[in-house]
Ligand binder design. Structure first.
Ligand code: GUN
Length: 300
């Protein structure tokens, strides 16, 4: 069988960012409004620092205002809620991103609930979770949708066109990725199975998938013989593993070299889903600013 076509998330994300940048310029010209994104990082986790920095940098590159808030690892829930309330009330802020995970003294659901749903560019507020969970097939996504799942669905639509009637298996049931991906695939008229660590005969379930989305955070967990020949495989995993030379490298949740000759479409790691997350955050921030300005939703 021919090798899989790699799904080039890096290139797609670059195009999306360019379209968002044009959308930002058009909004400014039309209304004088500059979209603003506030990022909040609690603590000093190095990976989170890298992510938050890239989000602020990207916002600035696309002509948005970026407000970077760093709080110490010992921050109390009350202190964080005070900052969120201030950002909710700030007219220059259209999007609020509280980087997860939060330190254990803070109850994450309380913080997510405190973010104004209109500024919830992560799509994690229960109102937005509920909107996604009750959306009609094919209905417009005119509310914030979690960034990584949105990126996965954009890549699939680009690679396959219509997803209607396909069997999609999502491995992983997290609130960040698995569940919202499943909702987006259902909206796209897939038949959706959510599999997880307790699923019986996971390999056989995966082998029944026309679309396989893997988001479990286990390097190389999905093997080549778990994949149906001709399937589209979206690998959401970003795992840092040691190399023989004593360095580290990034690998996904799918055994890439094994999957390559079997799948028809496959996302690489890095360069697949990863770059889509920040690009979709920019997209959500632009849409939030447009909604605030009373302008209709535009697909970019
Ligand atoms: N941590 C890992 N992924 C994400 C994300 O998409 N949003 C936020 N806020 N935190 C994260």
């Amino acid at each position: 069988m021919a090798e899989a076509r790699l799904i080039d998330g890096k290139a797609f994300a670059s195009g999306l960012r360019e379209r968002v940048g044009k959308g930002v310029a058009a909004l400014k010209a039309e209304t004088g409004v500059t979209p603003g994104l506030a990022t909040v990082l609690v603590g000093d986790d190095p990976a989170s620092q890298v992510y938050v920095r890239s989000k602020g940098k990207m916002a600035a590159e696309l002509g948005m205002a970026s407000f970077d808030h760093r709080l110490s690892a010992g921050t109390t829930e009350e202190e964080l809620l005070t900052l969120v309330a201030r950002l909710n009330a700030d007219p220059l802020v259209n999007g609020i991103l509280v980087q997860l995970p939060l330190p254990k003294q803070i109850e994450t659901p309380r913080v997510l609930l405190a973010v104004n749903p209109d500024k919830d560019v992560d799509g994690f507020h229960p109102i937005n979770v509920g909107r996604l969970g009750s959306i009609a097939p094919g209905a417009r996504l005119d509310f914030p949708v979690p960034c990584t799942p949105l990126g996965c669905s954009m890549l699939l639509a680009d690679a396959l066109g219509s997803l209607a009637g396909l069997h999609a298996v999502v491995v992983g049931r997290s609130n960040l990725v698995g569940r919202p991906v499943a909702q987006l695939l259902l909206r796209a008229n897939c038949t959706v199975t959510i599999a997880h660590s307790r699923t019986r005969d996971l390999a056989a379930v995966c082998r029944s998938a026309d679309i396989l989305v893997v988001a479990i955070g286990k390097p190389g967990f999905v093997r080549g013989d778990w994949i149906k020949p001709g399937a589209a495989v979206i690998d959401v995993g970003i795992n840092r593993v040691p190399t023989a030379e004593g360095k580290t490298r990034l690998v996904g949740d799918v055994a890439f070299a094994e999957a390559l000759p079997i799948a028809a479409h496959l996302t690489p790691v890095p360069g697949g889903v990863g770059p889509m997350t920040v690009a979709c955050l920019m997209y959500n921030t632009l849409q939030a600013a447009r909604r605030k300005a009373g302008l209709p939703f535009v697909a970019v």
